[in-house]
Design a protein around this ligand. Structure first.
Ligand SMILES: Cc1cc2nc3c(=O)[nH]c(=O)nc-3n(C[C@H](O)[C@H](O)[C@H](O)COP(=O)(O)O)c2cc1C
Length: 256
């Protein structure tokens, strides 16, 4: 067990280049070797019907003063039955992963949240229970288009499956919508190789903190969840668990 603890502590430390060079010799990354960059976003079928979201220029919500949002942020685990509006969900998606600039050569995107080397290694999945205008089910945020892609319909047991995937934390299933962040680690590994993984973990925190603050701006609440079952949640959102897998999730709902 102590070995595992030491491994975990090492993961939190800065990369020891000297040690890596001794072990592997050449530390050239795929980028340095001239390998083409991976897609900026997970591809989707050309003929997919995309769902329009409210554009950031048209947001009427989220006008709460910043100091108030920061000062009142806390984790919420009791949600009302009220649905979120499509504008509110558009605002939360933009606040967590919105794209400000796409590189002309399609190597990087600049987004609302910071990311080492602007690699932005996340895909955002929504497990929708109650959002006006959306049938319950799983959706993926296409951050570049600022649109939603329908991934799968919900079964009758969606609420229970969410709770089970969160190790029995029932409030997760009772939320209006669950934000699930899956990483495609190669997006960062292409540039940073073995140095990527601490960065990816740090960046998930940036994303979820923005969700907390944005929720304060729409009288909603959220609670970051790291206690989840990897296989169950990956199966729920439909990712392979190898080249793309969940790293963090956060249920959102209206609070009394
Ligand atoms: C990385 C991380 C993982 C967390 N995982 C869970 C979780 O699985 N279940 C839960 O109820 N709360 C979880 N929380 C929320 C914490 O319990 C909460 O932040 C803490 O109790 C402090 O409360 P506050 O957020 O209201 O200040 C998590 C928070 C973070 C940052």
């Amino acid at each position: 067990m102590q070995d595992e603890i030491e491994k975990g502590r090492k993961f939190l430390k800065a990369v020891d280049y000297e040690e890596l060079e001794k072990k592997f010799g050449d530390l050239k990354t795929d980028q340095q070797s001239g390998v083409a960059p991976p897609p900026l976003q997970k591809p989707y079928p050309e003929n997919a019907v995309l769902i329009d979201l409210v554009e950031p220029d048209n947001f009427t919500c989220g006008t709460v003063p910043l100091a108030q949002a920061i000062g009142s942020r806390k984790s919420h685990r009791n949600f009302t039955d009220t649905a979120l509006s499509l504008e509110e969900i558009s605002f939360l998606l933009w606040a967590t992963q919105g794209v400000r600039e796409v590189d002309a050569k399609k190597v990087w995107t600049k987004r609302i949240v910071p990311s080492g080397g602007a690699r932005q290694p996340f895909e955002t999945y929504l497990i929708v229970n109650r959002v006006e205008g959306l049938e319950p089910g799983v959706y993926r945020y296409l951050a570049i288009e600022h649109k939603l892609l329908h991934v799968s319909d919900s079964g009758d047991d969606q609420v229970e499956r969410i709770a089970e995937a969160c190790h029995g934390q029932g409030f997760c299933g009772k939320s209006a919508v669950v934000f699930v962040w899956a990483t495609i680690p190669y997006r960062t590994e292409w540039r940073y190789s073995v140095m990527s993984h601490k960065d990816i973990a740090i960046e998930a925190g940036h994303v979820c903190q923005n969700l907390y603050l944005a929720c304060e701006g729409i009288r909603s609440g959220t609670c970051g969840i790291a206690a989840y079952d990897q296989k169950l949640i990956d199966a729920l959102i439909g990712v392979d668990g190898k080249d793309e897998f969940t790293v963090y999730l956060s249920p959102v709902g209206k609070v009394a």
